[in-house]
Design a protein around this ligand. Structure first.
Ligand SMILES: Nc1nc2c(ncn2[C@@H]2O[C@H](COP(=O)(O)OP(=O)(O)O)[C@@H](O)[C@H]2O)c(=O)[nH]1
Ligand SMILES: [Mg+2]
Length: 247
């Protein structure tokens, strides 16, 4: 008897990604076709009203994909909101998101899925553990390291990488933790990790190979100073919230 295939939803948040989207989504789709044969997978392109040709290109990808790629339009901006809405739109066994620039080498995708099947509730691609490597701009490397240390100290956690754009969650996290997550922008997945830890979820970091996007092709959508300010404020807000709720 043929076993029922596990359903996997892969959300890819995009904002003004006309330069890379066709290539990276084709690469991802190809990879899934070859390496996720035993799963029923879908890729959801989550677009927050991009001002460029992202929507047009994503719709074309959807049309040519025989149901494997779905274009989702979310009028209000925010990477977190885009991921949340994508996850909500398609019922699955495992919920994944990854950045559209494929900063994380796709070889980590089957590993991430295996770790979810092994019973971990949340699996995090990590740039800071043994076996990982990250090619990044020095300024990003430093802020990223500082975020890691601050977050670990603030919440007394062992997890090393919080905002990495490559994560997977099971139904427990989606049903019990996701509704508690307030942030809908860049801090969304960091909050998801911290609230998952506070909620007793089993979390595992896996090593990844990370490469910041090629600046000649397109620039990061993230401004370091803006993100740093938001990250610190959100960290404090979350600390207070967890403190109040836990007495
Ligand atoms: N839907 C959506 N996606 C976003 C938004 N901001 C960033 N992204 C996506 O989030 C991912 C990470 O962005 P990127 O610029 O690579 O960030 P960096 O790797 O931290 O420099 C990419 O897939 C972006 O297209 C947003 O406001 N809405
Ligand atoms: Mg990136």
């Amino acid at each position: 008897m043929e076993q029922k295939k596990q359903k996997i939803s892969i959300a890819v948040p995009v904002y003004n990604e006309e330069v890379i989207i066709s290539r990276t989504i084709a690469t991802l789709c190809d990879f899934c076709e070859k390496n996720l044969k035993n799963y029923d997978w879908k890729i959801i392109i989550a677009d927050n009203n991009s001002g460029d040709r992202t929507a047009e290109m994503a719709k074309k990808l959807e049309k040519e994909s025989a149901g494997k790629i779905i274009y989702k339009f979310i009028p209000q901006k925010g990477k977190g909101l885009a991921i949340r809405e994508s996850w909500k739109s398609f019922e699955a066994d495992f919920y994944i998101f990854m950045d559209a620039d494929l900063a994380t080498a796709l070889s980590a995708l089957p590993v991430l899925i295996k770790e979810l099947e092994n019973g971990n509730n949340l699996v995090i691609g990590s740039r800071f553990i043994k076996g990982s490597s990250a090619k990044r701009m020095l300024a990003r490397k430093i802020t990223s390291k500082v975020f890691s240390i601050l977050t670990r100290l603030t919440f007394d956690l062992k997890i090393k990488d919080y905002p990495c754009g490559f994560k997977g969650a099971d139904k427990n996290v989606i049903n019990k933790i996701l509704p508690l997550v307030e942030n809908n922008t860049f801090f969304f997945d960091t909050e998801l990790v911290i609230r998952s830890a506070a909620g007793g979820m089993k979390i595992r970091e896996i090593p990844i190979v990370w490469r910041d996007r090629d600046k000649t092709a397109s620039k990061s959508r993230v401004s370091i100073s803006k993100v740093t300010k938001e990250y610190l404020l959100e960290l404090l807000k979350l600390k207070n919230d967890l403190k109040t709720k836990n007495g």
